[in-house]
Write a protein that binds this ligand. Structure first.
Ligand code: AOF
Ligand code: ZN
Length: 360
């Protein structure tokens, strides 16, 4: 299963809105016969690729795959049918497919055909691998990670908005990997004005995410780096009242979407729905504390990715990662569950998940 997960991860950023899937076929002596992964949206599923590349008879062999084989006709015919047809005797899967069109039917079809099915192997790891897909299928919303680079005391910038650089190059290289995996990077007008980032992916072999700027009054400079026509898509989400003449000042490759305003700023819930409708299934923020706060308060955040640098900024008026976020009682804190921690060169990455099952 770990091999399936590794294979699947090679397709990170390439298969959205589909899941990341890897499959391995082996015999009773655990000799690997073939392997495959889902490589691009609309392409063959992992199981089909593994089956079609095998150069020997698959009768009596086993297949292991991190997601339940599908039972429906989508862009491709059902994998369960092909597995049955080739006489495979055992299917080992990591998790049930949350897609309502499948959702247990794949496993059932296989069992009805007399195939041994073992489910839930490394289930937690498989769920983590396909966290975007699970969120999309169960909530019809994009998966959202709030990403921050913070000092040990949780500051993201000085009071004069200096933030370059809190974390070191090793951390920033990891950010490039994340940009490769998420459909979109979300930022706000403040970050464009103070930092002027390009938000492209400079990882070797990587691909650019869609860059999304929330800009209530279309006040960002049209010549900001993020708006460069460098092949990466750009969407600006702006207020419903901005003028046509102002919109025309932006280059034609930039898509401008109007959105409802709430309390003087873009209504974040509406903005996220607009992005989902345009096909964006996963979002990582790279923004200031105000936007982070709005996302967390609206319970839209699934994950917090913190790059923590061993520095202390300390000044009361320095910028916090979720500006204006207040809890007056300990019992009111948002509680998160740590998913992983990793020590890089000088910094630590802490990934944790929000839990909305209680009242927070
Ligand atoms: C994938 N890759 O390896 C597996 C998937 O439109 P289709 O035919 O590509 O079907 C997509 C659905 O198939 C997807 O939502 C999921 O439920 C199931 N399994 N999908 O893209 C794969 N095994
Ligand atoms: Zn399939």
């Amino acid at each position: 299963m770990q091999k399936c997960i590794k294979l699947a991860q090679k397709s990170a950023g390439r298969v959205s809105p589909n899941p990341l899937v890897g499959a391995v076929i082996f015999d009773d002596d655990l000799r690997i016969i073939s392997q495959g992964r889902h490589e691009y949206y609309g392409g063959n599923h992992a199981e089909r690729n593994a089956i079609l590349t095998a150069t020997e008879d698959l009768k009596g062999k086993s297949i292991i795959v991190n997601l339940e084989p599908c039972s429906h006709y989508g862009k491709t015919p059902p994998c369960a049918d092909l597995i049955i047809e080739r006489g495979i005797k055992r299917v080992i899967s990591g998790m049930v497919d949350p897609n309502p069109k499948v959702s247990g039917r794949g496993h059932e079809l296989l069992r009805q055909a007399g195939i041994e099915v073992i489910e839930g192997v490394l289930e937690e790891e498989c769920l983590e691998l396909n966290k975007f897909f699970v969120k999309n299928q169960t909530k019809n919303l994009p998966y959202i990670a709030v990403k921050t680079a913070v000092t040990l005391d949780g500051r993201i910038a000085t009071k004069t908005h200096q933030s370059k650089w809190i974390t070191d190059e090793a951390s920033r290289a990891q950010v490039q990997k994340l940009r490769n995996a998420y459909d979109a990077i979300l930022t706000g007008s403040g970050t464009i004005k103070y930092d002027n980032p390009s938000l492209t992916c400079r990882m070797k072999g990587g691909r650019n995410p869609v860059r999304v700027v929330l800009d209530t009054n279309l006040s960002t400079d049209e010549n900001s780096k993020v708006y460069a026509d460098d092949g990466a898509k750009v969407i600006i989400i702006t207020g419903e009242n901005v003028s046509k003449s102002r919109i025309k000042q932006y280059a034609s490759h930039i898509k401008i979407e109007k959105c409802r305003i709430r309390d003087g700023i873009i209504d974040i819930e509406e903005a996220v729905k607009i992005l989902y409708e345009t096909g964006i299934r996963s979002i990582m923020t790279e923004c200031g504390g105000l936007l982070n706060k709005s996302i967390i308060e609206a319970k839209l955040a699934d994950e917090l990715i913190q790059f923590v640098a061993p520095k202390i900024l300390g000044d009361e008026s320095a910028k916090g990662f979720a500006e204006g976020f207040h809890r007056s009682e300990i019992k009111e804190c948002n509680k998160l569950k740590i998913v992983s921690t990793k020590v890089l060169k000088n910094d630590i990455i802490i990934k944790s998940r929000f839990d909305y099952t209680g009242n927070k």
